[in-house]
Every structure is written in C-alpha cells, then in structure tokens.
Design a protein around this ligand. Sequence first.
Ligand code: 13P
Length: 261
Amino acid sequence: MRIPCAYANWKMNKTLNEALDFVYEFVPALFSDINEGSVGVSIFPPAPYIYPMRQELGEDSPIFIGAQNIYYEKEGAYTGEMSGNILRSAGASHVLVGHSERRHIMGEDNKTVGRKLARILRDRLIPVLCVGEQLRDREAGKARDVVEEQLAVAWEGQEVTGGALIAYEPVWAIGTGKNAEPRDAQEMADFIRSWTSRFFTPETAATIRILYGGSVSPENISQYARLPDIDGALVGGASLDTKQFLEIAKAIAETGPGGTV
Ligand code: 13P
C-alpha cells in the first residue's frame, strides 16, 4: 500500500529559528490527532536547516527532511554545490529535482534534471521528480507531450529500487492561487501512472507515489486527495504556515493513498 504524502517545499523562506519553531509546533500537533503511519511527511527547508532540523526531530522521528536541490557530480571542485553524500550525511533522505523554479529560473533542462536524478538514485536518496507544463503548452493541447518528454529524458537508463515520487506541478498553478482542475490533475496523474507502468513494470509503477502541487490549500486539498491516482501533495506557500500545513496533512491522512474515501 502506498502511504499518502504531505510534502512541504519551503523554497527560499524562513529563518532557522522559524524553521525550528515549526518543528516544535507541527510534530506534536500532527500526531496528537492522527496515527504516525497514516501520512508520510517530508519537509524541504533551505539547505542550511537540514542538519539542525534533523537533530531537533531526532533519528526516530517519522518526519523526513529533504533537500531542494543537488549537484550531479559525486564530489570535487564545484564551489557552492552539494552532493548526495553531503546531503545524506546532513540528514536528508529525499531530494526535489526538476522543480519548475529550477527549470525556468535557473535554466535547468531535461538533461540536467536527468543527471541530477541519476545522482540522487546512485547516492541512495529518494527523488521527488517534479514535472509540469507551462500555460502555453496546456492551451496548445501539449501538456501531456511536455510531461512525457520530461519523464522520458529524466528516467532514461534509470531504475527505481529504493522508492521514488513524481510530483505533477503545472507551472501556471504554482504560487498563483490558480490550482488545477481536479479532473485535469487526475488525467495527468493517470497518464504518469501508465507511463511509469510501461517504462518500468506495473509492480514498480505501483510503488511510485504521485503528488499534485500548485496552489494547494486547506480549502482545496480534499478535492485532490480523493483522486484515484494522486497520493498526496507537494505544498509551497501553504506549508509555511503550521496551521495550514497541519490541516492539509490531516486531510491527506484521512483520505488515504489514491483517494480511498
Ligand atoms: P505553491 O503551493 O505555493 O503553489 O507552490 C507549489 C510548489 O512549487 C511546490 O513545490
């Protein structure tokens, strides 16, 4: 069974104290109401907070800490970059790759995303591969083609052995308040599910969790959480607020993976 996920991408926000305050408030409040196994929570803070947050949570905590970025080389003279080993030794277990802000602001193309994904898998970290079309692609009826190309180039030559997630985040829905129609999100998640079944095996594809991201809020989360091919959400803005992210995580836990309710 795929455990549903509530993942928080904090992007370039919060001070260290604010990040630690979030841990003090969020964790006890989350597990006072719901069972620890009912939702997988991963927080992707700014990189310097990975280690102190992991320390504060403790090794046994069910909350994962992830990195927002990685470099594809193993080690060496790459000033300012971070390898998988560095991230893992600081306490990260998951890594975002292919996020639309990295693609469209930092200019990362599909090939770069693929090289980073390969590094994440080789260094035994769990990737959250983000894919999604721009508004002009959707308007031109090319949303699927764009996502398919992103998937095909990223996964070329890769195998999934230790877990992986794919987040469908339409670019036009990120940070805009214009969340995707649940019908469109389900259609793309179904497409991603069948693409991964063909590319890997149906058994492997069944282990890959598919998240929706893009203006997720406490008000709209249940529309996505109940969709058959969506196993949770990757949340930006609303994850910065303890109360809002708690509501989202609880709604996801209640609905279950792939929307069983
Ligand atoms: P928002 O939830 O702020 O739209 O951001 C989504 C996102 O980019 C998560 O990775």
